[in-house]
Design a protein around this ligand. Structure first.
Ligand code: GTP
Ligand code: MG
Length: 205
């Protein structure tokens, strides 16, 4: 598991503080409390790498993790990173902070040249929310690949999980969303291998 080599680099309050924009990175986005940080921990196999919390809105920073360099074409290694984005949609975050992050995330998505794809974390028990839709539309419009982890699958039956995945895929087809999706659980480690493979694929593009 190459993601196992992940290590914390920095936490940024502004995109100007991010590492130099070269190599390849994949960003984790999703509503507050959806389970972004937990998914990062499950995927890297490090408990406590990304801080998780029962209190939504915990990660109000962009947290950057380095991965071991990928072998590129020829001999040149490619620097690779994972980025944990601040959760959106949490009511108790002050309006000024929300506006700040709306601007920063928007700029990050538009300008970050090393960004290879988004891992969008959604709670499998809930419908897509406005911000999830906005993110998917943005990805479609800019041809940025998006992979959806329908997480907390341990909270529903297998049948319910498959039904939710089918519904999401149908929704994608209907709305022309080019994203991919899978069932996931950080607690039960469901779908971890599939997600790792998808992330490595994105980093290698
Ligand atoms: P913010 O950083 O606040 O935006 O939240 P986040 O999206 O990073 O969520 P986080 O990973 O901190 O998880 C939020 C809560 O959901 C915690 O109480 C986790 O333990 C719980 N949780 C996350 N993933 C799972 C999962 O797969 N199954 C279950 N049962 N609980 C989960
Ligand atoms: Mg978090």
């Amino acid at each position: 598991n190459p993601l196992n080599g992940a290590r914390f680099v920095l936490a940024a309050h502004e995109i100007t503080q991010l590492p130099y924009d070269q190599g390849a990175e994949v960003a984790f986005a999703g509503r507050s409390n959806a389970g972004k940080s937990s998914a990062l921990n499950a995927l890297t196999g490090h408990n406590g790498l990304a801080r998780t919390s029962k209190t939504p809105g915990r990660t109000q920073l962009m947290v950057v993790f380095d991965l071991p360099p990928l072998k590129g074409e020829g001999a040149t290694p490619i620097d690779t990173r994972l980025v944990d984005l601040p959760g959106y949609g949490y009511a108790k975050v002050p309006e000024a902070m929300r506006q700040h992050w709306r601007g920063e995330i928007d700029a990050y998505l538009k300008m970050r040249r090393s960004l290879r794809g988004i891992v969008l974390i959604v709670d499998i028990r809930h419908e897509l929310k406005d911000f999830d839709r906005t993110m998917l539309e943005f990805c479609a419009a800019t041809e940025l690949p998006c992979h959806v982890l329908m997480t907390k699958a341990d909270k529903v039956s297998r049948g319910q999980a498959s039904a939710a995945l089918e519904a999401l895929r149908k929704d994608f087809r209907k709305n022309g969303v080019p994203g991919t999706a899978q069932i996931f659980s950080s607690t039960a480690k469901t779908g971890v291998e599939e997600a790792r493979a998808r992330i490595l694929e994105l980093l290698a593009t």
